[in-house]
Write a protein that binds this ligand. Structure first.
Ligand SMILES: [Zn+2]
Length: 163
């Protein structure tokens, strides 16, 4: 299985090839608009002091209510139906969200960070860290970023080259 690996600040995120392909395809199809969806997978690092240091993203479907070239609205109802189904079928949990910045760099905006901080401090979501994957740039010229957002901090992870 091919995986992309991102690490930093004590966190590691593995993204499998199917999820990378799904996000690439969906970003290209939505272009020039943004698109978004949830990230599903497994925690691979155990827990330590309430932290989950490593996660593997297995699936990245689309769940978008509305979108424009500079904004998109996450479909929370569809995402939670997907989450129930993923849990029943594969015991995958929601690890965070991904979205595209087709006309921009893959840097989370202040609005992106605010939204994640709300999620990680919402006890109903049971997600002490949120992984945010951003696919930046136009089709054929994507630039990726992976951040882990906790109530206290925004951690930017760097791509690790395994070869
Ligand atoms: Zn954004």
């Amino acid at each position: 299985m091919r995986v992309d690996v991102y690490a930093g600040d004590g966190f590691a995120v593995f993204i499998n090839a199917e999820a990378i392909d799904a996000m690439t395809r969906a970003s290209d199809e939505a272009h020039p608009n943004e698109t978004t969806g949830p990230l599903f997978g497994i925690l691979t690092g155990g827990t330590e002091g309430g932290k989950h240091p490593a996660a593997t993203i297995m699936e990245a479907p689309v769940a978008v209510l509305a979108s424009s070239p500079t904004d998109c609205v996450f479909d929370g109802n569809l995402a939670s139906r997907m989450a129930d189904e993923r849990w029943r079928e594969h015991q995958h949990i929601m690890l965070g969200e991904w979205h595209s910045h087709p006309n921009n760099t893959p840097t989370p905006s202040p609005v992106d960070i605010q939204r994640c901080k709300r999620n990680v401090t919402n006890p109903e979501m049971n997600m002490p860290e949120e992984i945010m994957v951003i696919v930046g740039g136009p089709p054929g010229n994507h630039e990726w970023s992976v951040h882990v957002i906790t109530a206290k901090a925004v951690h930017k992870l760097e791509r690790v080259n395994l070869h």
